[in-house]
Design a protein around this ligand. Structure first.
Ligand SMILES: N[C@@H](CCC(=O)N[C@@H](CS)C(=O)NCC(=O)O)C(=O)O
Length: 418
């Protein structure tokens, strides 16, 4: 039974630390997704949580709390003899030191560097550059502290590790590419250790370290009308080299250190439909009619299957550009599925009334493990679509061509997984 509810929007790293602390203490906290800009502005919400910010916590016995670190602390303290809060006063104080550092040193840098990338605020190159320099000082301090230590305080995971790791995860996922993170070997090792703890992984999902430093797309901030996906309208960065081998990296990627057993999808009978060829063809030709025709002429229903994906919390979406960012985040976490999947997820509708849905083509007749293992998979309903049905085929075409109107709704934005 859960000890209470935590109100938030989906995939909030400030919530992750609470859920991880709960998992270590064998407690459950119910995550409740609210509609941002609406529910958190209501008088009944403000009466309990006057700042109107999330996450907020409401215990079963009517105790209200906000500020994510306070909530995480509360949950961490609920188990007698917990190892999360240190073995003595000195350790307890050190844990507070790191938690405070995360909020005072890392959070402002995240706002300056990552928020423009997520499309939350306009890009300001001078601020980004300063954030990139500022964080190096903090990373050096953290790295140095870990020279001879596995965890930040004492010998086991504490709330300090949980808060620091969740404060750093968006950096590692999006901007700490191999060369940026190279100088911080101890920190990288620690981060890898923490995010691969089963209780942490269950909350964060698999953490795939950035291969390339993400940059803010001007388009996200200015929010112009999205263009149809003509060959040259597709972001260049999405064009993958024809060959992308897992062990091609110049830096060791901790995310790839797991044993690379043979993927069952590689053992399927050879297909006449080559997904890589399709992706290249789609990138280099007009979608309608050229690529669409090519697809159906070459598609192999024995070796592949078609799936419709619909975001489960469409009624909670607010700004269309934020919905689009959710899709971007999902695709980022699908990195390992590239070899077996192609997809188009689009945002349909308008601000405060939009939906994320689309189609995927998967190798084989099921949803690949590389997709079901992705952190955001649970946020989508995947349903097998009849690839022999002309109506379904036309709907799929509309999604990959980003038609102006899809299923009766206005196309707002879209992303292609390829
Ligand atoms: N220090 C706070 C930060 C909370 C915060 O800034 N929440 C943002 C989302 S990440 C929010 O709810 N903003 C909504 C608003 O300001 O209306 C914490 O850790 O809980």
């Amino acid at each position: 039974m859960s000890i209470g509810k935590i109100y938030t929007y989906p995939n909030n790293v400030r919530v992750a630390k609470v859920l991880i602390a709960a998992a270590y203490n064998g407690l459950e906290v119910e995550e409740v997704h609210i509609q941002m800009g609406v529910d958190n502005k209501k008088p009944e919400f403000l009466a309990k949580f006057p700042l109107g910010k999330v996450p907020t916590f409401e215990s079963n016995d009517g105790f209200y709390l906000y500020e994510s670190n306070a909530i995480a602390y509360y949950v961490a303290s609920l188990k007698q003899g917990t190892t999360l809060l240190g073995a003595n006063q000195k350790e307890a104080a050190e844990i507070q030191q790191w938690i405070t550092l995360a909020d005072n040193e890392l959070a402002p840098i995240a706002a300056a560097w990552l928020f423009p990338i997520f499309g939350f605020i306009p890009e300001n190159p001078a601020n980004t550059k300063k954030a990139q320099e500022d964080i190096k000082r903090v990373l050096e301090v953290l790295n140095q502290h870990l020279l001879k230590k596995t965890f930040f305080v004492g010998e086991t995971i504490t709330l300090a590790d949980i808060v620091l790791a969740t404060s750093l995860v968006q950096f590692y996922r999006n901007v700490f590419d191999p060369s940026f993170r190279a100088p911080y070997k101890n920190l990288n090792r620690w981060f890898n250790t923490v995010v691969n703890q089963p209780k942490v992984q269950k909350v964060l999902g698999e953490v795939v370290l950035a291969e390339k430093m993400a940059v803010a797309e001007k388009k996200k901030v200015e929010k112009p009308k999205a263009e149809k996906p003509k060959a040259d309208a597709k972001p260049k960065a999405e064009k993958k080299p024809a060959k992308k081998d897992d062990d091609e990296e110049d830096e060791p990627s901790y995310a790839d250190e797991k044993p690379a057993g043979k993927n069952p999808l590689d053992l399927l009978p050879k297909s006449t439909f080559d997904l890589e060829n399709w992706k290249r063809f789609y990138s280099n030709n007009d979608t309608r009619p050229t690529a669409v025709n090519w697809f159906w002429e070459n598609y192999d229903k024995e070796g592949f299957s078609l799936w419709k994906a619909v975001y489960k919390y469409n009624d909670e979406l607010t700004m269309t550009f934020m919905s689009s960012n959710l899709v971007g985040g999902f695709f980022q976490r699908l990195e390992r599925a590239r070899k077996y999947a192609f997809g188009s997820l689009v945002v349909l509708g308008e601000d405060n009334n939009n939906a994320i849905q689309g189609y995927f083509v998967f190798r084989g007749h099921g949803v690949p493990a590389e997709v079901t293992d992705a952190a955001d998979y649970e946020s989508y309903n995947f349903t097998r679509a009849d690839d022999q049905d002309a109506k379904i085929r036309e709907e799929f075409n509309a999604y990959i061509a980003w038609d102006e109107t899809i299923e009766g709704k206005k196309f707002a934005d879209g992303k292609i997984f390829k």
